[in-house]
Design a protein around this ligand. Structure first.
Ligand code: SF4
Length: 162
């Protein structure tokens, strides 16, 4: 079954261990800018919001790519074929959620590939803010709740009814 990461911002302290773990896992370097998960700081609202690919069912990034560099791997996770990526950034522009970026050094697109089913960021988050969940009703409910929470914190939505 398809899986995705979801983040409870109430548990996130902004320590950025997830970024470092991701960077080390994928690039063998401690460089948060090369991480597939990005912790965004909103100083005005005193918020930290980790952003990562939602593993969309109909990915706009894949649709936008002119070279077919984005495709599903054998585990069914959308991944970037670095050899085919020309670094045009069309995928970055197409994603509404900030789930795909360009590697600042290699200049090809980078996105979460779920680390083969055992995400480094989940293991690195000692506060339990990041969860890997199945794309079933329970998983989607957790994600809906977490997204609603972000929207509320940003002042763009009402708190969901309990
Ligand atoms: S940056 Fe790479 S993956 Fe993204 S649209 Fe361009 S070629 Fe495709």
């Amino acid at each position: 079954m398809r899986e995705f990461l979801t983040i409870d911002i109430d548990l996130c302290t902004g320590c950025r261990n997830c970024e470092l773990a991701c960077s080390v896992h994928h690039t063998s370097t401690f460089n948060p800018r090369r991480a597939r998960i990005q912790v965004i700081r909103d100083e005005a609202r005193n918020l930290v919001i980790p952003v990562v690919c939602l593993q969309c069912e109909h990915p706009l990034c894949m649709e936008a790519c002119p070279t077919g560099a984005l495709d599903y791997n054998e585990a069914g996770v959308l991944t970037v074929d670095e050899a085919r990526c020309i670094g045009c950034g069309a995928c970055v522009t197409a994603c509404k959620y900030g789930g795909i970026t360009l590697d600042p050094i290699e200049r090809y697109a980078i996105k979460c590939d779920l680390c083969g089913g055992d995400p480094a960021c989940v293991a690195a988050c000692e506060y339990g803010a990041i969860q890997l969940v199945a794309a079933d009703l329970d998983g989607l409910a957790i994600r809906d709740h977490n997204i609603a929470r972000v929207a509320t914190m940003l002042g763009i939505a009402q708190e969901e009814q309990q």
